[in-house]
Write a protein that binds this ligand. Sequence first.
Ligand code: BGC
Length: 817
Amino acid sequence: MSTATPKSRIENSRRGEPESASPSRVTGSSAAADLVRTLTLDEQLLLLSGQNFWQTQKIDRAGIEPVWLSDGTNGLRVAAGDGDNLGIGESIPSTCFPPASTLAASWNPPLLREVGAAVGEEAKALGVGVVLGPGLNLKRHPLGGRNFEYYSEDPLLSGILAAATVDGIQSTGTGACLKHFAMNNHERRRNTTNVIADERTTRELYLRGFQIAVTQSAPRMVMSAYNKIDGVYCSDDRRLLTDILRTEWGFDGAVVSDWGAEADRVRGIAAGLDLEMPGGLDRRRELRAALASGALLPADVAQSAARVLGLQDLARPSNLTAEAVKPLLEGHDSLARRAAAESTVVLTNDGILPLEPTTSIALIGAFAKHPRFQGGGSALVNAATVTNAFDALTEAGADISYAPGYDPADPTDDPALIADAVDIAAKAEVAVVMVGLPDIAETEGYDRATLALPPQHDALVTAVTRANPRTIVLVSSGAPVLMPWRSDPAAVLHTYLGGQASGAAIADVLLGIVEPAGRLPETFPASRDDVASDPWFPGADDQTQHREGIFVGYRHVTTAGITPQFPFGHGLGCGRTTWSNASVSAPQLTVAHAEVTVTVEVVNTGDRPTTEVVQIYAHDRSGAVLRPRRELVGFTRVLIQPGQREQVQTAIAAQALRFWDVRAHDWALPQGQVDLEVARSSEHIEAVLTLEIVDGVTDSAEQPSMAPIARTDSQFVTRLGHPMPRPDPVRPFTRNSTLGDFAQVPIGRLLQKTILSAAQKTADNPVALAMVREVTAELALRQIVLTSGGRMNWKILDVLIALGNRRPIQALARALR
Ligand code: BGC
């Protein structure tokens, strides 16, 4: 594929396509089908819910062992106690890798594979059979609370990186679980919200990453999301879990519910939701009744039980001790350090980087001693060890003075802290200022309120830069933030969240030991107004309306001609290259020759090795259908030695050029001219090549999704192709009402108070407390039973709901049932 010299490394996006069903992998499913036939119906039913919070059922008589499932996305969180899917309690120390948003900035699938394999190894050592990750929900809006856990605003990049992660985890014999399927793109009212999007948007943006990951990496599990899509809970959605996931994409593993996401267990089984988690709830009575009434078919039960049994090879004796992972930790810490350093994005650099080791540095910002290195919630890892930038730079022999500049937990304005920082900045050769979002801003359970950094952080950067123009700013956050001062410092680097070795990685980057080679996997907008989904984010009532359609991230700003703060794909690295002689292997693309290769010559004109990411965007000029101005269709990452010249090749498969044809309910190639833009970022195009698609779709009759952004109800309805669904009424209360809504009535308030005070006992810090409050208020009432491990039951809940609805007779009848 490449003419790379032995020392160069080239990785590209090719394996992300095609997206058809992969040949089926051996999962022991025929053995599972044989085994299921030896079980009684009751035993089959038992298998469909977990045994407890983290394990599947065991059946001694049949030699069926439990499989342990554990979070998470950037390292393992094996809870020491039972319960706790929110990362509040104790867990076994393990390696905290940089989260997905950070790793995505590497645009380096082999790196993600390596990290996945390391997480898989730790899982294996502990006896964990399935890692509950990666998460690859698309970043519809930069304020999504769990954006740090996800890869990108682009489905191709997300899908490829998720596939690499799954490959890595599964290379160790551990299972991976793609989550959260699907369209759980923010946190607000995630348990009850109804996501309303047109078919094309759903397919092209929100399902496509999953499609790529499923077909390219064959994950052992997929986790259904909490929300509804078009009025149907994902866990009950046959179209999603069976027609699309299995029949179209060829998924042959097991589907597990997100913890407490199951809405209607009977409907869920028929839909293809095999395993309900957490367990601890005996569903057999209810399921037997459904079988008797014909609402549930024995064949569906057997099929789901077989899929759960298909995970039997992942059942391992558990060894939940810190000792078990210890031998792996040192090597994994080095990997975490390299991953964080490589993924760091140079946003601006006037040439100040890298620093000479002897430079005197004023190191400013409490994050230098108390690093902000991961997000909160179920992904939270109890890091085996944490390095900070102060220690790492000191160890490297740098000449450091330090001032905190702000309180890391409570960044309220404090001019005295800024004055101290200015004082040391003025005396040093270089100032390095570390700012970013506090822990409380980024966690599962709620969305961010603002794109801005805490005002004290902004004021600190401005004051220090004024005192010393040779200032380097390092920003730590798992998602985009505003940097109103961005053109003042000598360099601005976005470190994302660097994981446990973030401090050492920062020292490596500043001192030139590792090139910060990251490219933004998402747009950094200049304001909320530049985010097309903003007026409908995160939604109102219990609806999430995707009125911006396919115009997410760079798809919007490139089409609307908006200049972002920093564009998708941007990252300067520390090297110098020239690009020339771009060419495409054939002028035409046909269904029969459904792939072309784009080549560009890249020369390293600097004096140190450097990494480039060649990005190829398509600009569809055919007019067959409204498309974003620019869409990523391939990329290649290459490491080039000084003075060397690389012919960098990127394969572009026809699949990447397709759109979703809502008349045919299928992918279609547009017939006509498509420009292939060879680019350093979505705003920095080096060359434009022309490609003719000769046998694509010619009929350019308007597709319903032609209106770019559906600002009016009628535009949205036209695009949806059906009337606007009404939001569910808050009353009467049902099992799907939220606890917060139920608290409008006295009995609901009492219930909320009881649950909150129990939950708060386990929350020992402000982030956990904030999360517990939000999560409790947004809990769907049914989830109180589903996550109670059997301590609460349907009868009591139904009585309370009837009382809340002021229906005493109904309450009595339910009590007597
Ligand atoms: C999260 C999942 C996680 C599960 C188990 C849920 O709250 O949404 O991502 O895997 O808990 O901890």
